[in-house]
Structures are given as structure tokens and as C-alpha cells.
Design a binder for this molecule. Structure first.
Ligand code: BTN
Length: 251
């Protein structure tokens, strides 16, 4: 399938590469040089793909790697909401074209049949006056391949969906630009509601891996800024950084 400009949302400016070190690095350079909001950097392969916490993101040909530049007029602390906007848009896009179970896992992972198929990496720059200069939203989605050495990882093809890279790219970009507009016009609440409806059920027992610790508790959703709410010893704790793992009950 060949990509045509008319397939893309009107406010999207797509720049395509065969191979890059990292689409986030390229997008950050372009953003610092003044690239406009809505610029999307897409590469078919990354040789230095990065995940959260400085982890490596395996990026062979066959999967989706892109980074979107946004310049929202919001407080820097609210920009993280765009991670949830992106997660919801990607989940909706996949639900519309793949016939498999898709769910969101805090903060921004997409699970296909319960295994991780996608991750999102947000990076931003703040002006000297403390306003947000730009935000780069990096999206990696395993379509054909996945790292077999990483536990609980999968790809859409492995789970039985035969979607193509180009179809996912176009479908996702339409949902993304639509959802960003909804977020801008109506705020975070409707996004949060949709995110919750696509995520773990409240009341599920979870393990949370924090940068320096591990805690156990009950998933109670996310608050109005996207922080994780976890109940532990009858108290609700808010967590901003970490990874969650549902506890599997075995008989
Ligand atoms: C995670 O750790 O879950 C986030 C992974 C984000 C990977 C994407 S691939 C496109 C963009 N470029 C990168 O180097 N990383 C992000």
C-alpha cells in the first residue's frame, strides 16, 4: 500500500525515513529548530530506539515507530495528559482494525491479548518563562516482530491480526488528531473516562514497580491529572512514575 498525502489528516505533516537512530531524537531536533505542531517523524527501522527509563526499544523493520511534535498551549504539568490521549487514540485505532483484545495499561502501554505490544515515550522542552515549548510523543508498536527475550511482549501478527503497517499508521493518525482536538476543546475528563473503560478493572490487585521500590495494592483508576491511584492498607496513594503488573491468581 502506497501512502498518499490525501490519506493523512489535514493538520498532519508526515516526514518519512527508511532508517533513523530514533524518531524521538529526530523529532526533538526538528522541534528545537521550529518545526510546527503536527509534524510526524516516521521511520521503518530505528537503530537506537529508546524506551522509558533509558531502556532500549527493539526496532527492526516491520513495526511502527513514529514521533509526533505538539505545541499545546497548556501547563507543562498537563502535557502528560497527551500520553493518555495518544494511548486512547492508538487503542481505538487498533480496535477498529484488529480483531483481537486490546487494553490499556498505566501509564501508556497497549496490551494485545494481555501482552505488551506498544509503548509511548514523552519528551518535552520548557521555555525560560516555564511555559511548554514543545512535546514529542514517541510511539512504538510491534506489528510483525517482538523481542522474544522480553517477558510478556507480543506483536499484532503474533496475536493473529494481519493488519499492515501502513493501515495502522493512517488509522492511528486520524484517531490521534481527532482525539487531540477533543482534548483541547473538552479537557481531560472525557479522555480519562475512555482510558478507564479500556484499562484494567478497578479493584484488580496489582504490583507497581517504582524507580526504587516495588509496592502491592489495589488498582483504583487514575486521577484528574493521570496519576495512578492505588489502595494500600485502606489508604489511596498517588503514583506518577512506575510500571504496573496485574497480579495473576493461581489456584
Ligand atoms: C516504553 O518504554 O514503553 C516506551 C517505548 C517508546 C518507543 C518509541 S519507538 C518511536 C519513538 N522513538 C524512540 O526512540 N522511542 C519511541
Amino acid at each position: 500500500m502506497t501512502l498518499r498525502k490525501t490519506d493523512l489528516p489535514t493538520n498532519c505533516h508526515l516526514i518519512s525515513f527508511d532508517s533513523l537512530d530514533s524518531t524521538n531524537e529526530e523529532a526533538k531536533k526538528l522541534a528545537s529548530g521550529g518545526a510546527k505542531s503536527g509534524t510526524v517523524v516516521w521511520a521503518r527501522e530505528q537503530v537506537l530506539g529508546r524506551g522509558r527509563y533509558g531502556r532500549t526499544w527493539d526496532s527492526p523493520y516491520g513495526n511502527l515507530y513514529l514521533s509526533i511534535i505538539q505545541r499545546p498551549t497548556c501547563f507543562p504539568s498537563d502535557a502528560t495528559q497527551l500520553g493518555f490521549v495518544t494511548g486512547v487514540a492508538l487503542a481505538e485505532a487498533l480496535l477498529s482494525i484488529c480483531n483481537i483484545e486490546i487494553a490499556l495499561k498505566w501509564p501508556n502501554d497497549i496490551m494485545a491479548n494481555g501482552k505488551k505490544a506498544s509503548g509511548i515515550l514523552l519528551e518535552s522542552s520548557i521555555n525560560p518563562n516555564k511555559s511548554l515549548e514543545w512535546l514529542v510523543i514517541g510511539v512504538g508498536l510491534n506489528i510483525e516482530k517482538f523481542p522474544s527475550d522480553i517477558e510478556n511482549s507480543t506483536s499484532l501478527h503474533k496475536e493473529g491480526s494481519e493488519v499492515t503497517l501502513e493501515n495502522v499508521l493512517i488509522t492511528f493518525l486520524h484517531y490521534f488528531f481527532n482525539y487531540v482536538e477533543k482534548w483541547f476543546n473538552n479537557g481531560f475528563d472525557p479522555i480519562r473516562e475512555r482510558w478507564l473503560s479500556l484499562s484494567l478493572k478497578k479493584g484488580t490487585d496489582i504490583k507497581v514497580r517504582l524507580p526504587e521500590d516495588v509496592i502491592f495494592g489495589t488498582f483504583m483508576g487514575i486521577d484528574d491529572r493521570g496519576s495512578l491511584l492505588i489502595e494500600k492498607n485502606s489508604e489511596i496513594n498517588k503514583i506518577d512514575v512506575g510500571d504496573i503488573f496485574p497480579m495473576v491468581i493461581t489456584n
